[in-house]
Design a protein around this ligand. Structure first.
Ligand SMILES: [Zn+2]
Length: 113
């Protein structure tokens, strides 16, 4: 399975340029390849925050709360992933934890345990 950081999007075919007006591709920010799942999620959270910040009210507050919780969960998973990488490669539980944390974060190409 290809690394998410090297995948290209059909919208620009890896060129990094939007076909409609030759501006930077909105999916990959002109890089031609997709960043990690963590970066893609952060980009989407920022889009949602911008959209709902202007609307305000209860839905806006709910989205801001949800974005904060997603970031907190990602931060915890990053710490869990880092801690699991300190374990010996023969440690099956650490390998499983590393796989599960990475499955959400998309930092490395997935390797089944
Ligand atoms: Zn692109």
């Amino acid at each position: 399975m290809p690394d998410s950081s090297t995948q290209t999007r059909a919208t620009c075919y890896g060129e990094g340029v939007a076909s409609s007006d030759l501006s930077a591709c909105p999916d990959c920010a002109g890089m031609g390849t997709l960043p990690s799942g963590l970066v893609l999620t952060e980009w989407r959270l920022r889009q949602l925050e911008q959209i709902y910040a202007t609307q305000g009210g209860e839905p806006g507050q709910d989205v801001m709360w949800l974005a904060t919780e997603v970031r907190r969960a990602h931060h915890a998973l990053l710490q869990i992933l880092a801690a699991s990488q300190d374990a010996d490669d023969s440690d099956a539980i650490a390998s499983k934890i590393r796989f599960l944390a990475n499955d959400v974060l998309g930092m490395y190409p997935p390797k089944p345990v």
